[in-house]
Design a protein around this ligand. Structure first.
Ligand code: CA
Length: 237
């Protein structure tokens, strides 16, 4: 049974991006684009997790959060706050949110938070964490061992030091071996769809990641596809 996630977000581009990536991860996703519909959806059925934007038309995220907690609903909630809104984070956590993401954010980081919050909550059933939930997800590819929830990569037991964004780039490429991934994809997933730093940021991180991989082993490499993006190749010298 997949975990059910409700996304309450009025920005269509972000809502679609979240839905797409959460679905790819194997979650079942419902969406609402305003606070009232979101509250109705959350009250109407049991979700394992809710992603809740704060700035919403109708009821805002704080009001939705307050009403749900007043109803005794303990569903884990990750709130999405605007940049430079530290007070919103504090207020959200006080009102009973479990975690938060500040916009702009990369979907990769949100996916890691979703997985961590679900694990902490014992899949949202209020009971002890199931064995499956407690078991850590590990990806083994071309001699690399990747621990998505710990942001760690190792080769033969040796940890490779990666920056968080380098890790997220690697994780995204590793999940799509042999496929061309565009700079735009990486930008959206790792840095956030409204990130303003430019594609040069992607190139800098990929080139640093590539060097670290090359220093440690040769069976996984990142090829540049000129004018398009990158491709992870396994087993090539
Ligand atoms: Ca909004």
């Amino acid at each position: 049974m997949p975990h059910n996630i409700l996304v309450i977000e009025d920005e269509p581009t972000l809502s679609r991006l979240l839905t797409y990536n959460l679905t790819q991860e194997g979650y079942a996703v419902d969406t609402a684009d305003n606070g009232g519909d979101g509250l109705l959806a959350a009250s109407g059925r049991k979700y394992d997790l809710i992603v809740l934007d704060i700035m919403l038309p109708g009821l805002n995220g704080f009001e939705v959060l307050t009403k749900l907690r007043q109803q005794g609903d303990r569903t884990p909630i990750i709130i999405l706050t605007a940049r430079n809104a530290e007070n919103d984070v504090v207020q959200g956590l006080k009102l009973g949110a479990d975690d938060y993401m500040t916009k702009p954010f990369g979907v990769a980081e949100l996916l890691a938070r979703v997985s961590a919050v679900l694990r902490r909550s014992g899949s949202g059933d209020g009971g002890a964490p199931s064995e499956e939930a407690a078991q850590e997800k590990v990806i083994a590819v071309g001699g690399l061992t990747i621990y998505p929830e710990k942001y760690e990569v190792s080769i033969g037991g040796e940890t490779i030091e990666l920056r968080p964004k380098e890790f997220e780039v690697l994780l995204y490429l590793v999940q799509r071996p042999g496929m061309v991934v565009t700079r735009d994809d990486l930008m959206n997933v790792v840095w956030g769809f409204d990130y303003v730093g430019g594609q040069r940021t992607v190139d800098v991180h990929v080139s640093s990641l590539r060097k670290k991989l090359e220093m440690n082993q040769q069976s996984v490499q990142i090829d540049s596809i000129r004018g398009v993006g990158y491709k992870l190749v396994i087993g090539k010298k």
